[in-house]
Design a binder for this molecule. Structure first.
Ligand code: HEM
Length: 154
């Protein structure tokens, strides 16, 4: 196997593992941790688990943001993204949507972790941070599906 091909597969594997950790962690939080906390609201479960998982989640997200563009470069698409025509192709449209969603998820996650999380603890109202958390989970799932479309070439 050519070196370039091997490197592509290694990067794709890292990208996929990071995506599994990020999306899987979010969905576990939404569908297991938050419902569990409803039965024991005093135990502060989401805040404790959130703090424990946060470094892992940020490393996963950072890995995705680094390996994603590298996947483009290694396929020789680094210069192509500078052409307007690229963004009109099916691959370009999917990539454009994906990048916009990734930027949105990054902004929402920062807002959630820095502003909403600490505030919801202070005022004992987890509502806003849970709603934004669900939005992050849903958008990340769409990003995951967009990634699968890219891997199929569109
Ligand atoms: C939350 C962030 C992200 C998630 C969850 C994610 C997820 C995925 C997934 C699941 C795949 C499918 C791989 C396969 O089926 O083989 C993929 C592929 C891909 N991703 Fe991402 N990704 C993220 C961020 C990014 C970013 C920021 C970029 C680039 C700007 C990017 C570029 C790509 C490319 C180019 C592929 C296709 C590789 C190929 O041609 O096979 N991704 N991504």
């Amino acid at each position: 196997m050519a070196l370039k091909e091997t490197l592509f597969l290694v990067l794709l594997a890292i990208h996929l593992v990071a995506a599994a950790i990020w999306v899987g962690g979010l969905l576990f939080f939404i569908f297991a941790v938050v419902p569990a906390a409803r039965t024991a609201p005093d135990a502060d479960i989401p805040a404790r688990l959130g703090r424990a998982f946060r470094p892992v989640a940020w490393v996963a997200l950072g890995t995705l943001v680094v390996t994603g563009p590298l996947l483009l470069f290694i396929q020789g698409l680094g210069a192509a993204v500078l052409r307007l025509g690229f963004w009109r192709s099916p691959f370009g449209v999917t990539l454009g949507v994906k990048v916009i969603l990734v930027v949105t998820v990054l902004a929402l996650t920062l807002w959630h972790d820095i502003v909403l999380g600490p505030r919801s603890q202070m005022v004992s109202d987890p509502g806003p941070s849970r709603r934004v958390g669900r939005a992050i989970g849903l958008l990340s799932l769409v990003i995951f599906l967009a990634g699968m479309a890219l891997a199929q070439g569109f």
